[in-house]
Design a protein around this ligand. Structure first.
Ligand code: NAD
Ligand code: ZN
Ligand code: ZN
Length: 367
């Protein structure tokens, strides 16, 4: 099967023919249909995050179940599935308490790009093992994933939308509705309007926020943010976003701020836009080693909360369908996020587009 293989930072991904083994216990073989190109792949591509290699990147995917291994009960051959990159072990303390995105098994396995048994089903024809990113590896014609990472969605769902629910949409919508738990009528700032940030804008809209202030440096992104539900936009390349938020709110500030870029400066900005009692959520992920500076006096004196959101604090088996429901009911339009559809051979161009920041999401169509 054809797959996009990453070898080292600075070298373009290559399209290779790889071997893929049969699914083992509690594993599923998925014929891939679509894979979004997320900034969390790009952190690896440019060396901001370390990764085992060679590896098939992509963690925002969807497809159809082609075969199931022994003991698989949740999905059947032919099912349409969105792939989840924190496959719940369903047993650890965090999974049992309803926070599967903190699964201790996934941290040891998926986050090292191996399956729960510690191995990979992918190899080169030479026999060399190939990893699959976050135990998904969606930039390929097929993927073997843990059963808990294959979440069934209705068969008539556009695979591009299912793929995006597999990362950007769940992360952004979830940061708003699950992590921040935005109250109706609140003022929300979203800094960064890529796939994750635009989804956070939609999450604020679902939460009935009365003011949704979107910040980006690219005019096309601000235009998209308006279509996604932002009531105000700030171009941070032209004006200081913190000052602009206070101007727009008559000196009050925001109840919630969601950072969706992954830079120290913008995380600090998110925190500084808060009104007393406000909550800043870090959804963006920084290059390894980056630290931030915040004013702890403001934290105590003004009861500010600075928190993080992994995967929008979702429970994939429940929330993927719930989020699709927001789209189906017309509350949000996930089609806004699918800017371009491109073949696997265009993967390096898709990363260039992501870096340029002009497009919401490129979705690679597979199969
Ligand atoms: N927390 C999680 O579980 C999770 C999941 C997925 C992605 N992420 C992370 O979220 C971040 C965003 O991912 P994405 O795929 O949406 O990225 P993206 O590249 O599509 O979007 C980033 C956006 O930030 C904008 N931007 C850049 N610098 C800016 C600045 N100084 N001020 C305002 N806007 C600026 C860009 O123009 C772009 O629109 C990444 O760090 C990614 O790794 C986190
Ligand atoms: Zn992602
Ligand atoms: Zn677990």
């Amino acid at each position: 099967m054809r797959a996009a293989v990453f070898e080292r930072p600075g070298s373009p991904l290559t399209i290779e023919n790889l071997e893929i083994a049969e699914p083992r216990d509690n594993e599923v073989l998925v014929r891939m249909a679509a894979s979004g190109v997320c900034h969390s792949d790009y952190h690896v591509v440019i060396g901001e995050w370390g990764s085992p290699a060679p590896i098939v990147l992509g963690h925002e995917g969807s497809g159809y179940v082609e075969a199931i291994g022994p003991n698989v009960r949740d999905v059947e051959i032919g099912d349409h599935v969105a792939l989840a990159w924190t496959p719940s072990c369903r047993r650890c303390e965090h999974c049992v308490s309803g926070r599967p995105v903190l699964c201790t098994v996934a941290v040891e396995t998926a986050y090292n790009s191996v399956l729960p048994d510690g191995t990979t089903r992918l190899s080169r024809t030479s026999g060399e093992a190939v990893y699959s990113y976050l135990s998904v590896g969606s930039l390929a014609e097929y993927a073997v994933v843990p059963e808990a990472g294959a979440i069934r969605l209705p068969k008539d769902t556009d695979p591009a939308l299912s793929a995006l629910i597999g990362c950007a949409v769940s992360t952004g919508v979830g940061a708003a509705i699950n992590t921040a738990k935005i109250r109706p009528g609140a003022t929300v700032v979203v800094i960064g309007c890529g796939g994750v940030g635009l989804s956070a804008v939609m999450g604020a809209k679902i939460s009935a926020a009365s003011r949704i202030i979107a910040v980006d440096v690219i005019p096309e992104k601000l235009e998209l943010a308006g279509r996604a539900g932002a009531t105000d936009v700030i171009n941070a390349s032209q004006t200081d976003p913190v000052e602009a938020v206070f101007e727009l709110t008559a000196g009050r500030g925001a109840d919630y701020a969601i950072e969706a870029i992954g830079r120290a400066r913008t995380i600090e900005q998110a925190y500084r836009t808060l009104t007393s009692g406000g909550v800043a959520v870090v959804a963006g992920q920084v290059p390894t080693g980056v630290t931030i500076e915040v004013d702890p006096m403001a934290m105590s004196g003004r009861e500010l909360t600075l928190t993080g959101s992994n995967y929008g604090s979702v429970r994939p088996s429940v929330d993927f369908r719930r989020i699709l429901g927001f789209h189906d009911s017309g509350l949000i339009d996930l089609n806004l996020l699918v800017d371009k559809r491109a073949p696997l051979d265009s993967i390096n161009d898709a990363f260039d587009t992501l870096a340029a920041g002009t497009s919401a999401r490129t979705v690679i169509t597979l199969g």
